[in-house]
Design a protein around this ligand. Structure first.
Ligand SMILES: N[C@@H](CCC[C@H](N)C(=O)O)C(=O)O
Length: 257
């Protein structure tokens, strides 16, 4: 069976996107792994099916490259760009994802401003933090981020007993001047460092606000620049959270399933 796909990147987090509004596509874990494989397939950190939704503009079914599912912040921004290309939305949009309903805006600059769901709690673990921004995220502040062994240390935390059985994504964050942070993320489901993680930088911005940084927090990742806006509530609660950054279609093609 031949399937048309679109390749997207959002600050270097890359995705295979397919239009499944007719509901004909149902992919197995093995098919997802093969499509996302960088040698035997198209190659991507994740895969998304864009589907119809009864009351919102569309539904996003997101899969990590190993076939597991969660919310993808960068993927959702790419999905909004794709939905706009399909003519499903014009400027403002609403859609359903793994953690429920979201709204977003595609600005004339090509930047996507995605509303994230509220954060009810930030746990403190020694000098580290843990919170859920639609996906689970562990945050550790480090110095000299560029030399930090992200994969080695990330893997230890991701597979630690404390986070079994689901595991967690792990973010290493360096505080920079001017309300800016540099974030590197070990992503579960990709089982490697990615160039950017949207739910991860959102979690990092929340943790950084507990250290006195204010909204918007400017984010630097290996794949580019983002920003996170939010309102802080009492004792580690956050509302009005927006993940803001670019997403681009890179190429399209057909693949044999
Ligand atoms: N890259 C994503 C996060 C995707 C989900 C994550 N790997 C998980 O399984 O929790 C993002 O941009 O948020």
């Amino acid at each position: 069976m031949k399937v048309h796909f679109y390749k997207y990147q959002a600050t270097g987090n890359d995705f295979v996107v397919m239009d499944n509004r007719e509901g004909k596509l149902s992919l197995t874990k093995e098919q997802i792994e093969k499509i996302c494989d960088r040698r035997f397939g198209v190659g991507a950190d994740g895969l998304m099916l864009i589907e119809k939704h009864a009351s919102l503009n569309f539904n996003v079914e997101y899969f990590n490259s190993d076939g597991s599912q969660s919310l993808c912040g960068n993927g959702s921004r790419a999905a909004v760009h794709f939905a706009s290309k399909l003519g499903l939305v014009n400027g403002k949009s609403t859609f359903n994802a793994y953690d429920g309903a979201h709204s977003a805006e595609l600005l004339s600059t090509g930047i996507i401003r995605l509303k994230m769901n509220d954060v009810a709690e930030v746990k403190t673990i020694g000098t580290d933090y843990f919170l859920n921004t639609g996906s689970p995220h562990y945050i550790r502040f480090v110095d000299n981020i560029h030399a930090y062994p992200v994969v080695e240390e990330g893997r230890k935390i991701r597979y630690s007993d404390a986070f079994k059985p689901g595991g967690t994504n792990v973010n290493f964050v360096q505080l920079l001047p001017d309300n800016t942070i540099y974030v590197r993320t070990y992503e579960r489901g990709v089982e490697d460092e990615t160039l950017s993680c949207g739910t991860g930088v959102t979690a990092a911005a929340m943790a950084t606000s507990l250290k006195g940084y204010t909204s918007p927090v400017n984010i630097k990742v290996k794949g580019g620049d983002l920003s996170v806006e939010f309102k802080s509530g009492q004792s580690g609660t956050f509302t009005e959270i927006f993940l803001v950054g670019p997403a681009k279609m890179v190429f399209e093609g057909d693949l044999e399933l």
